[in-house]
Design a protein around this ligand. Sequence first.
Ligand SMILES: *[C@@H]1O[C@H](CO)[C@@H](O)[C@H](O)[C@H]1NC(C)=O
Ligand SMILES: *[C@@H]1O[C@H](CO)[C@@H](O)[C@H](O)[C@H]1NC(C)=O
Length: 412
Amino acid sequence: MKFWSPFASLLAIAAAAPNSRGGNIIRLPLNRKSTEVAGHVDMSALNTHLIGVSNKYRQTFSAFEAKTGSAHPLSGKMRSSVGKRGDGVVPLINQGAELWYGEIDVGTPKQTFNVSIDSGSTDLFLPSVSCLDCAGHKMYDAALSSTAKDELKITMLSYGAGKVEGNEYSDDIYLGGYEASNQIFLAASSYSSNFVYPTFRPDGLVGFAFENISSLEAKSVFETISDSGVLPENVFSVKLSSTSGESELYIGGMNSDLYVEDTLTYTAVTEKGYWQVNLEAVSRDGSTVASNSPSIIDTGTTMIVTATDAAEAYYQGIPGSSSSTQGEITYYTIPCNTIGSYTPTFSFGGRTFDVSEATFNLGPESAGSSDCLGGIAGMSDVDFWVVGGVFLQNVYTVFNQGNIQVGFAELA
Ligand SMILES: *[C@@H]1O[C@H](CO)[C@@H](O)[C@H](O)[C@H]1NC(C)=O
Ligand SMILES: *[C@@H]1O[C@H](CO)[C@@H](O)[C@H](O)[C@H]1NC(C)=O
């Protein structure tokens, strides 16, 4: 089974440890695929996740507009449904999907939490001790931290059917051994059902995108750290894998053991908000199906998601392929015995990167089915590419805040 479900158990231990090169590594434990037993994709979990992705982009576009005074260039068709400034809306962040997560420390003395790592948003939230829905999660107790400061701002997060309300605090946050002083975050006093344990295994979520899409109007934890000038390089890098113990977030540079040096290729961030870059081409079987499209590199999304037309173009002409639409999302299947011949190749910065069958094939669409779900889905209200885990597991990804560029390299 190649699909990793949002609702899953997990494997390794999160640990931050300095390494020989003086950088700091956070190993990210990975959730297991709960669908292994059933032998097929958990379509309902996947659908919940993708609706969350759609909402996340709506809300972060809204935050961008509030911050900069102009619409995000990619907001296009999503604009009409974007919330207004001042309604206290904070991004919906992949409720239900835990994806990759690791530990951070908060306050003095340190309180430790597991947080989902999301390059597609900017804010940090944690459950607070006043949260009644947060049993099973570690909860932040500001009263126990001598560096905590109540920002005296109550923020309502609303998404889907639920609401999350909390107080903004600032406190010292430690990520991979580096300190973000007086970091603004949300200490939630209520969590929607999608964040309740064990549906959502990590305690909170930390965003790694830019301040321009923060609904708390704050820098990300990483921006706070990099702005303080302590990092060897203002860079963080990830290897994401579905193999236990192989995923890693590296703060302050790159782990040269994990990638093939001469394949590292950079491409400029085209708009500082998301980690947004030009996707030069998507091809399959040697023919190009999309070119020069805006794309967002998003560790918080499982699949590769694009406009329905673009997804349609990708699967067009594949024998036995079919589609099914659930609300705004269209899924595509390919016969399991041939899907390996129809994997995509992505081009960034003049280099091509292949997506393996293992990551593209999400498994049989239902128990006993001979049709397998393809890793590219269509969404009716996006007109760009969200490049998530299906692609990112195939490369080493370097997020360079200093030079405002994203690098991809082949895995070692
Ligand atoms: C974080 O998750 C890992 C893996 O489930 C677990 O071993 C560890 O104890 C968790 N850390 C905290 C602070 O809960
Ligand atoms: C935020 O976005 C605006 C508009 O694109 C840009 O001019 C500005 O540099 C961005 N600010 C930051 C901090 O990235």
